[in-house]
Write a protein that binds this ligand. Structure first.
Ligand code: SF4
Ligand SMILES: [Zn+2]
Length: 268
């Protein structure tokens, strides 16, 4: 199948080794589910990692889907329960932050999830984190950075994180980087994978929704052109290594003295 062939090519392009221990960030959605399914099918050494955000029924359904997938693939599953570990559900953390700062739900959730993932995956001594980002997601993010006037914000993206090498930073790979969202959806249905297809009830980010609508209206060829041009453009600014500091509050890798997650949570 085309999607399998393309993912194999991406994995060989990033030089993924079958001995490396990879934790797949599983949300319960189609993208991360297909990512884990294909990595396992191609015989990579994977385990699942799921953050239970405790967002009511939706989180329950996601947890169930992730458990079913890991059972089907016969892989270990590590669950991080945000309420147990951080004392509150994502909804509570978000409202506390939003009462002081005007930020979108996904912006807050994304920062906190990335922080948890890096820290936990390092604790579990994995070599890499695999996420389910597909070509449409990447095209949207790239365009949003251009519209904001900061294309350099995309400098670390790619099928594997670029320009960051630090022992506390776990490299992230995106096996579906060159796969269209519709193809991922179709593949997950064809393979009858346990997937939660409903949208996250908290996905309210008007700007991304606007850009998503624009990208959805493009042809497959046009979407691919965005990603191919992004690769070319980024190749030119690629050589600049991002300087990594350690957050003076939590000790995690950060571009600034205080990391984004600690910056957000201090307003609690
Ligand atoms: S859609 Fe937004 S709010 Fe929902 S889990 Fe993803 S980042 Fe968090
Ligand atoms: Zn911090």
């Amino acid at each position: 199948m085309d999607i399998e062939k393309k993912v194999r090519q991406t994995l060989s392009k990033i030089g993924l080794n079958k001995n490396e221990r990879i934790l797949v960030a599983l949300s319960g959605g189609k993208d991360s589910t297909v990512t884990a399914y294909l990595l396992k099918k191609f015989d990579y050494n994977i385990e699942g990692f799921h953050i239970n955000l405790r967002m009511g029924d939706y989180s329950e359904k996601c947890l169930l889907a992730v458990k079913r997938l890991c059972k089907l693939l016969e892989i270990n599953l590590h669950i991080y329960d945000i309420k147990k570990e951080m004392g509150s559900s994502m909804c509570y953390l978000r409202s506390a932050i939003q009462s002081k700062k005007s930020l979108k739900n996904c912006a807050i959730c994304g920062v906190i999830k990335k922080w948890i993932m890096n820290k936990e995956v390092r604790r579990l001594k994995a070599d890499k984190i695999a996420t389910g980002h597909n070509l449409d997601d990447e095209a949207q993010t790239f365009l949003m950075n251009i519209f904001k006037g900061s294309p350099e914000l995309s400098a670390n993206s790619g099928a594997i994180t670029r320009n960051i090498s630090d022992s506390k930073f776990i490299p992230r790979i995106k096996p579906l980087f060159y796969i269209l969202e519709n193809d991922v959806r179709e593949y997950s249905r064809d393979e009858k994978l346990p997937v939660v297809y409903e949208k996250c009830p908290c996905a309210i980010d008007s700007y991304r929704i606007q850009v998503r609508k624009f990208v959805d209206g493009l042809s497959s060829k046009e979407k691919m052109n965005i990603i191919e041009n992004m690769d070319k453009m980024l190749g030119k600014i690629e050589k600049k290594e991002t300087k990594i500091n350690y957050c003076e509050v939590c000790g995690e890798p950060s571009r600034n003295e205080v990391c984004k997650k600690c910056e957000l949570l201090k307003v609690k």
